[in-house]
Design a protein around this ligand. Structure first.
Ligand code: GLN
Length: 564
């Protein structure tokens, strides 16, 4: 650590902050989750699984992710870089791990649950410009670390949570992670028994030697120890069972209690992970380390019944997903998970086929789509792949295949209908062609003047009122719903009557603004487009009812085809 920072300055800074900072009595317990050896070990899934177990024991839990990159939020990141951008109810564009946090628990995340280095630095620099530091030299320690520590404690200080789980993005050893790990070190010292560190590492299996190797874990723990952090619990990601003597050896090398070395083997489904960790008492160990005694077992009845249905389903439902990021399946994570939930609640086994919109046209639409029981037209931005979405929609509409258009997918539904049913061949969104003579999708007047990236979008949860007779209202079992948005462009209400007269109904609108949120073609089996993203709110215990109904319609269609 000291090689990165000027030693004497650091000592003075720490001394200064100790002298004036009264360490508060904290009752909320803080769990830090770090990762070592390699990235993509599934820290988010482990954090979410732990939250699931603690919630099932009746604790109030939240999870937050601290990401070391310098984008102020992930909204400007290409999905190829970082997977899907997840959106919270309060309209924050966040890391996709927040989606896992919500899917595994009852929690709703917010802007406070995802903080990046970019946001930390922006806030420190804003303070410096305002003169808040009273002429002091602004440094990583204490200014950046104090800012990080303040943000880590923010949710805990609301008094709403018994446990705050903080996942530190990146891998121990990354230069960018250092200020976060230093903040964790300081917090651990301040919080004492109110905090626990869980470190996730990798135990590779060398096929040539036919051996599991513990050395990378030892090195990664040493690296963490050099930064002043002693992990309390190790979670070993592994493809093969790590035998007990090997786990004991790791415990001895790493100063961790033998029962706190837990293995996380590859599972058939990510939703098996909480039970796998519970079988090794992860939740009880966390409680023990934070001074709480476990009473009884967590109530996982509904979780287990979901898993029984997930693994018990044998009848397949074939769903196609038409989008342009199909090489990277994380780009559509919330949609694919919402489909897993929906298939499970229909006792069906999901077979999801990703179809590249850039490779789809009128000539091969039949070949690529005819095997599908239902098709999702994905969200997205920009021109690339858009013509393939129109070709898919034309074929699906003409062949009455259950189809679900989400955000850009809904906008494409509207454009395709305008072109091929209303007879407006040049109809488009002004996103794709600013000079289109038929701007059936257009930007809202009030958004036109904003140029700051991220500032122009309609983000977060908005109310939607559905027509009672609509397919969507029947699916939800309600006419008033609230779903999350992430878009700039809207259905242009100037064309509403023409669409409705030709058979595309506007069945959902925002009660405050009148903006059209849901369209459908009532004469077809299931042809629904939503300007919002219902996938963001689908969880294991509360699936999106619109997805459940869509998958049911797809399965019914498959059944009626076989009956014929
Ligand atoms: N590009 C479209 C818009 O901004 C749709 C966005 C999306 O699909 N999330 O309105």
């Amino acid at each position: 650590m000291t090689i990165f920072f000027c030693r004497c300055n650091r000592k003075i800074s720490i001394f200064a902050s100790l002298k004036f900072q009264q360490l508060p009595k904290v009752e909320t317990k803080y769990i830090f989750v770090t990762g070592g050896v390699v990235s993509s070990l599934g820290k988010g899934i482990v954090a979410a699984s732990l939250a699931c177990l603690l919630e099932a024991r009746g604790y109030r839990v939240t999870i937050q992710k601290f990401d070391p990159y310098y984008n102020v939020d992930p909204g400007t990141l290409n999905p190829y870089e970082h997977g899907e951008c997840y959106v919270t109810e309060d309209g924050q564009e966040t890391d996709l791990d927040l989606g896992h946090y919500e899917r595994f628990t009852n929690m709703r995340t917010s802007r406070a649950n995802n903080v990046t280095s970019g946001r930390i630095f922006q806030s420190v620099i804003d303070k410096e410009r305002r003169g808040d530091y009273l002429g002091k030299t602004v440094q990583i320690i204490p200014h950046i670390t104090d800012e990080i520590k303040r943000d880590i404690r923010l949710l805990g200080e609301t008094g709403r949570y018994d446990y705050v789980i903080t996942e530190i993005g990146g891998t121990v050893g990354d230069i960018e992670s250092l200020p976060f790990l230093e903040s964790v070190r300081q917090l651990r010292w301040e919080l004492g028994r109110d905090s626990v560190t869980v470190h996730l590492t990798y135990v590779p299996y060398l096929h040539a030697a036919k051996e599991l190797k513990t050395k990378p874990t030892q090195h990664s723990v040493k690296q963490l120890q050099q930064l002043g952090i002693q992990p309390d619990i190790l979670v070993l990601r592994t493809e093969k069972d790590v035998p007990a003597p090997m786990r004991l050896k790791i415990a001895q090398f790493c100063n961790v209690a033998p029962d706190a070395v837990i293995q996380s083997m590859d599972c058939p489904s990510i939703y098996d992970v909480p039970l796998m960790l519970h079988s090794q008492h992860l939740d009880e160990i966390v409680m023990r380390l934070t001074g709480l005694t476990s009473q009884g077992e967590p109530d996982l009845t509904r979780w287990r019944s979901f898993l029984d249905r997930l693994h018990g389903a044998t009848r397949e439902v074939n769903i196609g997903l038409v989008g342009k990021y199909v090489e990277l399946q994380d780009a559509y994570k919330s949609i694919s998970e919402a489909l897993v939930h929906a298939a499970t609640y229909n006792d069906l086994k999901l077979k999801l086929t990703y179809i590249h919109s850039e490779r789809l046209d009128d000539n091969n639409a039949e070949e690529l789509l005819s095997g599908m029981d239902g098709v999702i037209i994905a969200p997205g931005f920009g021109q690339r792949g858009i013509e393939g979405k129109f070709a898919a929609l034309k074929w699906l509409r003409e062949h009455d295949v259950p189809t679900f258009g989400i955000c850009l997918g809904m906008q494409c539904m509207v454009i395709e209908f305008a072109r091929n049913v209303l007879g407006l061949p040049q109809a488009n969104s002004t996103e794709m062609n600013p000079d289109t003579p038929h701007n059936v999708i257009d930007i809202m007047e009030e958004q036109k003047h904003i140029s700051n990236m991220g500032g122009t979008m309609r983000l977060g949860a908005y109310d939607c009122r559905l027509k009672p007779e609509s397919r969507a209202a029947k699916a939800y079992g309600a006419t008033d719903v609230r779903e999350r948005h992430r878009h700039r462009y809207e259905f242009n209400s100037a064309y509403r009557t023409r669409f409705e007269q030709a058979g595309l109904a506007c069945v959902g609108e925002n009660p405050a603004s009148g903006l059209v949120e849901v369209v459908e073609i009532p004469s077809l089996r299931w042809f629904v487009g939503t300007q919002y993203h219902p996938e963001y709110s689908s969880t294991v215990l509360n699936p999106s009812l619109l997805f459940v109904d869509f998958v049911k319609a797809a399965a019914d269609k498959a059944q009626s085809n076989t009956d014929q």
